[in-house]
Design a binder for this molecule. Structure first.
Ligand code: F6R
Length: 609
């Protein structure tokens, strides 16, 4: 959740570190700090607030350095203030540490350290780490960090500098991502590629249990399992342009607008029209296992969980394979029955979500094959699954997931087409789906041209309402959930998503003339049922904002506001109906003057439980 970065090289470390923090701010943004090795000792600056507040502070610093670490925080232990901001230091100010993760046994460690005379200056769990290193240091930072890590229970991505060895950074990983970028006579270690790719495309991903000693011209990695290992350098394909706003007011708006392009990237090279089938090379060796599975369990959290629900509907209806969808956080603690013949699929944009990762490890412990659907190449989930499909959405910086959601749905459309053709679907049906899939990018482009004006008007009319209801049925029920989640997370308006017919079992009590109800009412197999649900809302004076299919003029009779999406196949409608809901949430939050890309209390990539 936090962003950490370290730099060693010939450039001004302050600039490299602060610029890196700006690029990682979406991972946490309640406080920030920097520590530099200088001739005056370790210089430390920390502020509660955003990276720009830290930038302001460091702009007045006179000290220069080519070696340092920095941090942008998402608080877990201790309120966001200057003391609790990272980096943290030992008693004598000789070791500085930035930490992403949670030290679960910090109370025990703190007591042990206090008994040995250490004094603490923050309320954080992280502060035990520099004190442990101080306790164990004799003459080698790497050895002291290895020993300190052996005492820590929990998760960590760490970067550490010391005055005693002013020529290296030591970095360690257990459960929190860390990547090392190798430049010309310089290294950057960070929790996120976004902080690295303006410097180099050569990277080394650390694995859990790895501890790296990084000097200006040398990288050494000690693996807990394998001893000293040779760094495996990989090339990153994400570009700098992809992680910049490119003229948009917010990353979220940019990412919403990128969706036609993303759809093309997700399907590129994966459709075979002659055979009416999708080709997914990443899972080629596991396709029969999926086809013959007694049950597929899809594990995910948040928005990815909503995409998984759509995947469930698609796979069951196109391929007839039983599917269950589980929250990662529930699956890992509730003794699931995992029989032979079950295949798991973990879905995650970041590939680092702690609950999803723990759930997939649980499934693997039971000997169940686990496949992945991920966006971030080289992420932990991508690496720990037996095989997987990349969704190719490109870097998603806005905290509220948008383009990755669409790419996940499209990936499920491809997977269900593939499995459908291996089970029930005819060649013609397969080709029909391919035709519809290939129209999606242009249909989204048209919507992006036409929708904003209407949605801005609706946003203006409802931005001060305190509650919203979202209803949908079938494939569009998960879209109702996602629409509600988007609204609540960025506008802080309370919103609930429901299957439309469930409304009468409780939520209908909420409906009155002040309740806006967004209903997805496209012309699919259950259209008439949804119209009946709309009638029930209108009878109780509720306000209906309907998302319908192009050409369905009669919908206007039932709704106060209508937004139309182009026609497509029933199971592909979520790829179109999502867009107006994303834009509605965006415009409402923006009109309320909220920080759309950095909603309060949230962070991208939830690497803690
Ligand atoms: C909501 C959102 C979150 C994530 C969830 C899982 O907009 O972004 O709900 O979907 O934290 O994250 P990933 O997909 O990275 O596992």
């Amino acid at each position: 959740m936090c962003g950490i970065i370290g730099y060693i090289g010939n450039s001004d470390a302050t600039r490299v570190l602060v610029d890196g923090l700006y690029r990682m701010e979406y991972r946490g943004y309640d406080s920030a700090g920097i520590a530099l090795v200088t001739n005056d000792g370790i210089v430390l600056r920390k502020v509660a607030g955003q990276v720009r507040d830290l930038d302001h502070v460091v702009s007045t610093m006179t000290q220069r350095s080519c070696l340092g670490i920095a941090h942008t925080r998402w608080a877990t232990h201790g309120v966001p203030n200057d003391h609790n901001a990272h980096p943290h230091m030992d008693c004598k100010g000789q070791f500085a540490v930035v930490h992403n993760g949670i030290v679960e046994n910090y109370r025990t460690l703190k007591k042990f350290l206090e008994e040995r005379g250490h004094t603490f200056s923050s309320e954080t769990d992280s502060e035990v780490i520099p004190h442990l290193i101080e306790e164990f240091y004799t003459d080698d930072l790497l050895s002291a960090v290895i020993k300190a890590c052996s005492y820590i229970e929990g998760t960590y991505g760490l970067a550490i500098i010391t005055l005693r060895q002013p020529d290296c950074i030591v970095a360690a990983r257990m459960g929190s991502p860390l990547v090392i970028g190798k430049g010309q006579n310089e290294y950057i270690v960070a929790s996120d590629l976004a902080a690295i790719i303006s410097h180099t495309d050569q990277v080394v991903y650390l694995r859990d249990g790895d501890i790296a000693e990084i000097a200006q011209d040398k990288l050494r990695i000690e693996s807990r399992q394998m001893g000293t290992i040779a760094p495996e350098i990989q090339r990153v394909t994400w570009t700098l342009e992809q992680i910049e706003k490119s003229g948009y007011a917010h990353f979220m708006l940019k990412e919403i607008n990128e969706q036609p392009l993303v759809m093309r990237d997700t399907i590129r090279g994966r459709l075979n029209y002659d055979e009416g089938i999708a080709r997914l090379n990443g899972i080629a060796d596991h396709v029969e296992q999926l086809r013959d599975a007694d049950r597929i369990i899809i594990i995910a959290c948040g928005t990815s969980w909503h995409a998984a629900l759509i995947g469930e509907y698609m796979i069951e209806s196109l391929a007839g394979i039983p599917v269950e969808v589980e929250y990662g956080s529930e699956f890992r603690y509730r003794k699931p029955v995992l029989t032979k013949g079950t295949v798991c699929i973990a879905v995650s944009q970041s590939g680092e979500t702690a609950d999803t990762l723990a759930a997939l490890r649980e499934a693997k412990r039971h000997g169940i094959p686990v496949l992945g659907i991920c966006n971030v190449v080289g992420s932990t989930i991508a690496r720990e699954t037996d095989a997987g499909i990349y969704i190719h959405a490109g870097p998603e910086i806005g905290v509220a997931s948008t383009k990755a959601f669409l790419a996940q749905i499209m990936t499920f459309a491809l997977l269900s087409l593939l499995l459908g053709r291996l089970t029930h679907l005819s060649l013609d049906a397969g080709r029909n789906i391919i035709d519809a899939i290939t129209r999606i990018p242009d249909q989204l482009s048209d919507l992006l041209q036409n929708l904003p004006e209407t949605l801005i008007d609706i946003a203006k009319a409802f931005k001060d309402h305190r509650n919203f209801l979202y209803l949908g049925r079938g494939y569009n029920f998960p879209i109702a959930l996602e629409g509600a989640l988007k609204l609540k997370e960025i506008s802080y308006i309370h919103a609930e998503g429901y299957p439309a017919a469930e409304m009468k079992h409780g939520p209908i009590a909420l409906i009155d003339k002040n309740m806006p109800v967004v209903v997805i009412a496209i012309k699919d197999a259950i259209y008439n049922k949804v119209i009946s649900n709309i009638e029930e809302i209108r009878t109780r004076s509720g306000i209906v904002i309907a998302i319908g299919s192009e050409g369905d003029e009669s919908l206007q009779e039932f709704a106060d506001y209508t937004i139309f999406v182009p026609k497509t196949l029933d199971h592909l409608y979520p790829l179109l109906t999502t867009l107006p809901l994303q834009l509605l949430a965006y415009y409402i939050a923006d009109l309320k003057g909220l920080d759309v890309d950095r909603p309060r209390n949230l962070a991208k990539s939830v690497t803690v439980e």
